[in-house]
Every structure is written in C-alpha cells, then in structure tokens.
Design a binder for this molecule. Structure first.
Ligand SMILES: Nc1ncnc2c1ncn2[C@@H]1O[C@H](COP(=O)(O)OP(=O)(O)OP(=O)(O)O)[C@@H](O)[C@H]1O
Length: 284
C-alpha cells in the first residue's frame, strides 16, 4: 500500500527553513497507487512524497532456489537430457533473464520454475513449497495464487476487451468480485493502457496487446512473473516499453520477474543474466 504524505504547500516550499514541520496529511490513493502518472505529478508539484507503508521485503532471502535440477525426455526410445544440473536462485524484486541458443533448455527450465513440470532429479523450492515433491493439484493451486505467466504470443481472448481479459484472470483466480474493478483499473493503468481499457485485442498494437497480457498476468498479485520471450514479436520500441513496464511492476507490485530472451539490448536492463549452453549455465 502506498500513501501520499502531502505537506502544506507553503511548508514544502520553505522546507529547509521550517523549524517545526506540521503533521503531514495522509491521502489514500489506493486506486491509483504508484501509477507512473501519479508519481510524476507528485514529483513535479514538489509538495508530496511517496511513502511506501507496506512492510519491507527482505531481498536477501531467495524467493526460489533451484538445486541440481535435471530433466530428460524419452525421444525415439532414448533419453534426451535437456537440463543437466541447474543451480540458481531468484531473489525478491529482481529482473532475471535466461539467455541461450534455441533448444538449449530455457523454456524447459521456465516450466519447472513455474511448477508446470517437474525435474527427474534435483530440488525446486518456491517460497516454502517444494515443487519437486508437490502433486499436480498442489502445484496448480500454488501457481494460481503465486505465479503469473506471459507468453510470446500474448494469449489473449480475442473477443474480450482488455478490461474483460484482465477481469477473467481474476475470476479464474477466485478473487472476490468486489475487488475486480479497482484491481483491473490499477493493472491496466500500470501498463499504460488506462485510455484503452475497452478495446479488443485486434484494435490494439502488438506492444499494447502484450501489455494487456502483462496486466492479466499480474492481476492476481503473484510474487513471481515468468515470461517466455515476451518481446520476441515486438519491434525494439515496443520491446523497450514492455521492459519499462516490467521495471515499474517490480518496484510497485514488488514482484520478481524471470524471462527468456535472445535480444542483447533487452539484457542490458537485467539485474542478473543466466546463460544456458546445452542444458547447463555457464559463468562469465
Ligand atoms: N516434452 C518434450 N518432449 C521431448 N523433447 C522435449 C520436450 N520439451 C522440450 N524438449 C526438447 O528439449 C530441448 C530444449 O527445448 P526448450 O524449448 O527448453 O529450448 P529453448 O532454449 O527454450 O529453445 P527456444 O529458444 O527455441 O525456445 C529441445 O531439443 C526440445 O525439443
């Protein structure tokens, strides 16, 4: 929860000289909390400070730990070893990228991290949940609550508006109906689509469609957002917009994002890049 702590204007102007500051007035802006527009307005009037009143997150404790993970698939009577001993940690509020040649195993790993698949060997701890030991039903339950997915191809319902697409994901996540309106508004504003909420996918550009898909993926407030080549179908400008939205999401929604990409310019904004070669990470 963010709150604007607004000081009286004359006090803000004379801040350095003020001997006894008056008590700040709290203004709850939950519906538009931390939207990029709101923040810019606050910065420019010089009279408000954005104060995050949520409890702090300990960013030194991993959100997810992958230890010695191996995965092989039976192909033509033989085992195809795709992941050959993966170790990694994802920390809260990080932007992590997986890079590597086509077929190196990035999507296979992303599927494990997201609880869609399980390793043949090794461990995956997501928060307090041992994904490597959980049943399908348990992983589905955790996934619906804690993880969001974004795909290269947007995966939107074509006949539903942006608003209805995001609302649908709240319905599927069994979020109470009373929370839908503020949450859908917040998510669509966060991705910069406040003015296009009622457009259907075919009325939006590729970059806008991907931003609807992002709003849809974060609507249920997951702690981990996984994205498989989210910028691959976009030109460089739209790709950069998506990355700016990811940065905003990490800051305001306090999510961790793990994505795959082939694009070196996109990698420049990562907190951490893991390079996969033939089923293993190589260190630089
Ligand atoms: N269910 C499966 N059954 C058999 N082989 C599979 C299966 N899933 C993945 N593979 C194989 O595992 C290898 C790695 O695939 P993966 O999709 O993880 O690679 P990737 O690095 O994501 O590639 P790209 O960048 O092209 O998406 C490929 O050779 C693929 O054919």
């Amino acid at each position: 929860m963010f709150r604007w702590l607004r000081k009286p204007k004359n006090e803000a102007q004379n801040e350095a000289a003020a001997a006894v500051p008056a008590a700040p007035q709290e203004i709850d802006v939950a519906a538009t909390e931390a939207s990029a527009d709101g923040e810019a307005a606050a910065a420019s009037d010089g009279a408000s400070v954005l104060v995050d009143t949520r409890p702090p997150i300990d960013t030194s404790i991993p959100l997810l730990t992958v230890t010695g993970v191996e995965r092989s698939f039976p192909v033509g009577g033989q085992q195809l070893h795709v992941l050959k001993g993966i170790n990694m940690e994802l920390y809260p509020m990080q932007l992590v990228m997986l890079k590597g040649r086509s077929g190196s195993g990035k999507t296979t790993l992303l599927n494990m991290i997201g609880g869609l698949d399980q390793p043949n060997r090794g461990q995956i701890m997501f928060k307090e949940y041992p994904f490597h030991e959980c049943s399908d039903d348990q992983r589905t339950y955790i996934r619906r609550k804690e993880i969001g997915f974004i795909f290269q191809s947007f995966a939107l319902m074509p006949l539903l508006s942006a608003w209805e697409n995001v609302e649908l994901s709240l319905r599927m996540a069994k979020v109470p109906r009373s929370e839908w309106k503020p949450r859908v508004t917040h998510c669509l504003e966060l991705v910069g689509l406040g003015k296009r909420m009622h457009h259907r996918p075919f009325e939006l550009s590729g970059g806008e469609q991907q931003r609807v898909a992002i709003a849809k993926a974060i609507a249920h407030k997951p702690s981990l957002l996984l994205a498989d080549e989210p910028t691959a179908e976009l030109d460089s400008q739209m790709g950069a917009q998506v990355m700016a939205v990811f940065r905003d999401i990490i800051r305001t929604e306090r999510m961790t994002i793990c994505m795959t990409t082939h694009d070196p310019t996109i990698m420049e904004v990562a907190d951490r890049v893991f390079e996969m070669v033939d089923g293993k990470f190589i260190s630089h």
